[in-house]
Design a protein around this ligand. Structure first.
Ligand code: SAM
Length: 266
């Protein structure tokens, strides 16, 4: 597994060196996706919610969902950055149930493309799949071939086990928590996630929560913060181009999305 992981890290870094972006990571993976990949691996993904354990599953997840997730995340970040001015600030990112860290990567590209002068000083990745977590670190490292590199901190745990990571955060920095396609998972204990957030993070905290379905769970999570300041909630479908692994080509498709974006002082 070590070698597979090292190879992936080196290969993706090399493949995207001319254009180190999340889009390039996606193109690299889609090029690797085998012609029979859909029939061999798609059913192992459990609609994207399974804790993935093989390189083939990770590649299939990315080929199947990255376009969709990227689109939803870009809309969510557009909402956040239109409401709040982050210029000349520094933030720490916490990517909960990060998988291969799509949300962190899309955020890195978003602020670069929009010329937002926000320093992302640290990424904390929380994810129960060790292989997905490693790929998340590989992806952030590959994108940050452009300098300077942020700190990364990985936690190979579920988001709803009791976490004690308070000493690892900076009190003075803004925190941006990313919940990308995670809060909708029914087995996730929202109360425990809430406890993990409130017991480990101080100061000004932003939350970007996006999912394809189950807006009610996102709303429930948002309401747990009581005094929280809702910046955006949206439940509209969008039409976009996505790679369809069963057809091995991009198609135009309507995708559903829900988002809750809010901030709170802890
Ligand atoms: C739909 S994927 C989303 C992954 C990533 N955030 C994204 O947007 O691509 C769901 C992720 O949640 C993870 N997961 C499953 N149960 C979890 C739990 N209890 N806590 C945190 N993550 C969990 C899975 O391993 C998987 O990576």
């Amino acid at each position: 597994m070590e070698n597979v992981s090292n190879n992936y890290a080196n290969n993706v870094k090399f493949a995207i060196s001319v254009n180190p972006t999340f889009k390039a990571i996606c193109e690299f993976n889609i090029q690797q996706f085998p012609i029979d990949g859909y029939y061999r691996y798609y059913s192992q993904l459990g609609n994207g919610t399974n804790i993935l354990q093989t390189a083939e599953q990770l590649n299939t997840y990315l080929a199947s969902y990255a376009d969709m997730h990227e689109h939803k995340l870009n809309l969510a970040f557009a909402s956040l950055f239109s409401k709040e001015d982050f210029n000349n600030k520094s933030a720490e990112i916490i990517d909960w149930g990060c998988g291969q860290a799509f949300a962190s990567c899309v955020l890195i590209d978003f602020i670069k493309n929009k010329n937002i002068n926000l320093d992302l000083s640290k990424f904390t990745l929380i994810e129960p799949s060790a292989m997905a977590l490693q790929r998340g670190l590989d992806h952030i490292d590959a994108i940050y071939q452009r300098k300077p590199k942020p700190q990364t901190f990985s936690i190979n745990e579920k988001a709803d086990t009791s976490l004690s990571i308070k000493g690892f955060q900076s009190n003075s920095k803004i925190k941006i928590h990313l919940f990308s396609n995670v809060l909708d998972i029914h087995s996730l204990d929202l109360n425990q996630v809430f406890k993990n957030v409130t017991s480990n993070f101080d100061g000004l905290n932003y939350f970007v929560c996006v999912s394809p379905i189950n807006g009610i769970r996102l709303q429930t999570f948002c309401k747990m913060f009581g005094q929280s300041n809702l910046l955006s909630s949206n439940g509209s479908s969008i039409v976009t181009e996505v790679f369809r692994p069963s057809a091995m080509k991009k198609i135009t498709k309507s995708i559903s999305r829900v988002e809750y974006i809010f901030k709170t002082n802890l």
